[in-house]
Every structure is written in structure tokens, then in C-alpha cells.
Design a protein around this ligand. Structure first.
Ligand SMILES: Cc1ncc(COP(=O)(O)O)c(C=O)c1O
Length: 462
């Protein structure tokens, strides 16, 4: 029998013998591409090929790969204190990070709770909200969420996500959630084209709000959880801030806690520091991860307002928030987040964000009337559109595999959501690199309706 560490095999082959990859059909999908280095917006393969990371490595990387400042700060912290239990002990990076986050988060957030990733940040948010009511002896047993939302892969975060291919085998184990459409006229959100400020007119009618008001007036709802302005894994579905604002006001009037999941949208993605900055009303709980450490270390954060925190203060030990992960507030991860914040607060970071916003907007103008696509849209540094196919627009649309391969062959990492192509680049991505991606897309759109294109592509070596 072949041993797993047989070095006569390629890294990809050894990987295939030992590793089970996320969101990957291991029987049919091609072997993974070995990456040995990262530099700026580039991922560099073991054969020296440079790939432009068009999706910030699952939406995490905001300042580019291999950033020397982030590397230095991580190195320094690793030498000083790599980890310590966070119940009963504390350390400087956690305290400083909490203080600095509270300064820049949308107003009124007063406490930071640490965890490990986006799903756990959401779990914590949900558990805080549910126990907030429990501790006050108020019985509420329902959660309101968007129909096409995605909040993670753990059971609580799956429960509040769309019932979809991601959750199908687990359906009977998930707690019930009441779903509402996102607030756009067609309930789908593929048609919003423009920056969040400019799509204020694109609102649903009064019936939409009246139906929700009636639904939640029963008093049974503990919280409303949502991805602000854009539903990511659900298909990059976009909706306007004014519509969300009205929805939140209705939820507030009916005593729901407001949980905003900024795991994807946080740290500049939508063109402001946080998506909730487009609104006047503010949330009770905010979930963050991904860009928090600039994409270097696993860290999750859930912040809350004072009234949520206060509901857990008691002589009664049963009112404690009994939740904690081994790596809660890991000092190296906190230091990485502090260093990432340093870079994020520099003017050049926001300038780069605005530059990408403008580049995307100009490119959308170029392609929006192309008959091969629909719903070219943008929220900040994220742009998306659907390739028109005979099949349903969905994550399972078979075009997905062809599209991923098409871009890999052109040394671009994109991972389309079915037939939805989207860009979500690190902020250091240059205009030239963006142009390389745009040109590949333009070439695709010029050819995608030709049947022979698919076989030509498969035989083509780039
Ligand atoms: C909005 C949102 N929430 C939560 C998550 C889950 O984050 P993680 O993959 O770090 O568990 C994701 C991941 O894509 C996300 O986009």
C-alpha cells in the first residue's frame, strides 16, 4: 500500500490521498492547485504560476497576501505570548483590539465577545439574543431571517440560513426560522445596479412591510438576523439600505433584537467601513470575522450594546453566558487583527477601496447590456452578474465548474456561485490586475453562447 507521504507523488496527489476539502465533491472535482506563496493580490503556485486572487481567498484577505507588516506583528506576538486561556485571564492584544473595535464600530456597541470564525461569531450572536430574553423570563421562540441568507455551517448558523443544498441533509435537526424576502421589488435582488447610496429608489411596496409587521406583532420573535445590503453565498443578492432601515425600524417597534452579520461586508467591502454605516438605525449585535485579521488568522468577534450585556449581569450564576472556545481571543490572532486595523485605518486603504468601486462601476457599464448576462450589479468592492443559461440560477448550476476552470486557465482565482460570477478582490489589487480579470470576463461573454467554445476551451492550454 502506498504511504501518504510518498514524495514521488505531486503535492496535489498527496493531498488527494490525505485531505477532505471543504465544499468539494472529492470524486469528480479536479485536483487542487498547490500554492506555495502569496504576494499582494497574487497566489503563487509551486510551478511559479501567479494567480490573481479575485475573491480574496473566500472573502477574507483585504490587504493582500504575505503583507510584511502583518507578518512582523504576528511573529512578534508569537514570541511574546502565543496563547492563554481567556476565562479568568486576559492579555494586551485582546484588550486593545476590543477598545479599538468599539471606537470604529457603528455607534452604541459596548462589549466585544471573541470566538474563532464567522459561523461562531453568528452562533454567539444568536445565543446572546436568545438568552437575553430567557434571562428576563420573557418567552420568545422565533427568529426572523432572509430567505436566501447564508450565515455559516454550524447548526445554529445553518438554522438561520436559507434551506438549501447546504442544509438539506440536516433539515430535521435545524431549529425553525421564519423567512422573509429581501426588501427589493422582485424579492430576489438580482437587479440592483449601483452603489448603495444610489439605489434608494428601488424599494418594495407597502404590502411587503405590512405583511412583516403582522407576522412579528405576535411578540414571539427574539431577533432578526441579516446580512446587510448584500446576501453573499446566497448569490450576491443586493438590496438598498433605505429598505433595510425601514425593516429594522419595524422590528424594533416589535421588540426584536437586531443582529447584523457583517462577516462578509465588514472592513470596507461595501465602500464604507461597515455596511451598517449606510443606515441611521443601528444594530444590537454585530458579527465579524474574515477581514478582521486581514485574512491572516482565524478570529471571530460578536459585539453587543449595553442592554444586551446588562441582561447577563446577575448574582444568579445561571444567567451567565456559558459559551467559550479553546482559542477564544487567541493573542496571535488578536495581534493580527490589530495590525490589520492599523493598515485599514490608513487613508490609502479607503482610497484603494474607492478606486476599486470606480473600476467595477466602469466595467459594469461595459458589460451590462451584453445579451449573455443579466443583473450586472455592484455594492462597493463587490460586483456580480449571472450568465444566462437554460438551467435555474443557482449554486448547483452546472456552468460553475466550467467557469472556475476557465478562469484558472487564465491564472485568475474566481469561484462562481453556480452561474453567478462575482469579484471581491483584496484592496491592493491594481487596476492592471483588475483589467486582466475584466478582459477574461469580456472574452468569456463574447464566446459563452457558442456551443463549440466549451470543447475549444477544454482542449486549449494557456
Ligand atoms: C455573511 C456570512 N456569515 C457567516 C459566514 C461564516 O463564516 P466562516 O466561514 O468563517 O464560518 C460567512 C462565510 O462565508 C458569511 O459570508
Amino acid at each position: 500500500m502506498r504511504k501518504n507521504n510518498d514524495h514521488s507523488l505531486t503535492l496535489a496527489q498527496r493531498d488527494h490521498l490525505a485531505i477532505w476539502h471543504p465544499d468539494t465533491q472529492m470524486l469528480t472535482e479536479p485536483l487542487p492547485i498547490p500554492i506555495v506563496k502569496g504576494k499582494g493580490s497574487l497566489l503563487i503556485g509551486e510551478d511559479g504560476t501567479e494567480y490573481i486572487d479575485g475573491i480574496s481567498s473566500w472573502w477574507t484577505n483585504i490587504h493582500g497576501h504575505g503583507h510584511p507588516y502583518l507578518a512582523q506583528k504576528i511573529f512578534e506576538q508569537a514570541q511574546q505570548l502565543e496563547h492563554c486561556i481567556f476565562a479568568g485571564l486576559t492579555h494586551p492584544p485582546a484588550v486593545e483590539l476590543a477598545e479599538r473595535l468599539l471606537q470604529i464600530l457603528p455607534s452604541a456597541q459596548s462589549r466585544i465577545f471573541f470566538s474563532d470564525n464567522g459561523s461562531t461569531a453568528v452562533e454567539v450572536g444568536l445565543k446572546m439574543a436568545i438568552q437575553y430574553w430567557f434571562n428576563q423570563g420573557i418567552h420568545k421562540n422565533k427568529i426572523l431571517a432572509f430567505r436566501h441568507g447564508y450565515h455559516g455551517d454550524t447548526f445554529g448558523s445553518m438554522s438561520v440560513s436559507a434551506r438549501s443544498v447546504f442544509t438539506m441533509p440536516f433539515q430535521q435537526y435545524l431549529f425553525e426560522v421564519d423567512y422573509i424576502d429581501i426588501p427589493v421589488p422582485d424579492g430576489i435582488g438580482g437587479g440592483v445596479f449601483n452603489s448603495p447610496e444610489k439605489c434608494r429608489g428601488d424599494m418594495p411596496d407597502n404590502n411587503y412591510y405590512e405583511a412583516i409587521k403582522e407576522k412579528i406583532s405576535s411578540g414571539e420573535y427574539a431577533a432578526f438576523i441579516f446580512e446587510p445590503l448584500i446576501l453573499g453565498a446566497g448569490g450576491m443578492l443586493m438590496y438598498p439600505p433605505a429598505a433595510l432601515e425601514r425593516l429594522i425600524k419595524i422590528c424594533r417597534e416589535n421588540n426584536l433584537l437586531i443582529i447584523t452579520d457583517e462577516v462578509m461586508t465588514g472592513f470596507g467591502r461595501t465602500g464604507k467601513r461597515f455596511a451598517m454605516e449606510y443606515l441611521q438605525v443601528q444594530p444590537d449585535i454585530i458579527c465579524l470575522s474574515k477581514g478582521l485579521t486581514g485574512g491572516t488568522m482565524a478570529l471571530g468577534v460578536t459585539s453587543c450594546v449595553q442592554k444586551v450585556y446588562d441582561a447577563f449581569l446577575s448574582e444568579d450564576k445561571l444567567k451567565t453566558f456559558l459559551h467559550g472556545h479553546s482559542f477564544t481571543a487567541n493573542p496571535i490572532a488578536c495581534s493580527a487583527a490589530l495590525a490589520s486595523l492599523d493598515l485599514f485605518m490608513e487613508n490609502t486603504c479607503m482610497e484603494n477601496i474607492h478606486r476599486i468601486v470606480e473600476q467595477h462601476a466602469a466595467f459594469i457599464k461595459e458589460i451590462k447590456d451584453n445579451p449573455a448576462i443579466k443583473n450586472a450589479r455592484q455594492t462597493g468592492t463587490i460586483m456580480a452578474f449571472e450568465i444566462i443559461t437554460q438551467q435555474q440560477d443557482s449554486y448547483m448550476n452546472p456552468l460553475r465548474y466550467f467557469l472556475s476552470e476557465f478562469f484558472f486557465r487564465r491564472h485568475i482565482v474566481l469561484r462562481p456561485l453556480g452561474n453567478t460570477i462575482y469579484l471581491l478582490p483584496p484592496y491592493c489589487t491594481s487596476n492592471t490586475e483588475l483589467r486582466t480579470i475584466y478582459d477574461a470576463i469580456t472574452f468569456l461573454l463574447e464566446n459563452v453562447t457558442r456551443q463549440s467554445f466549451y470543447s475549444e476551451e477544454r482542449h486549449n492550454k494557456h
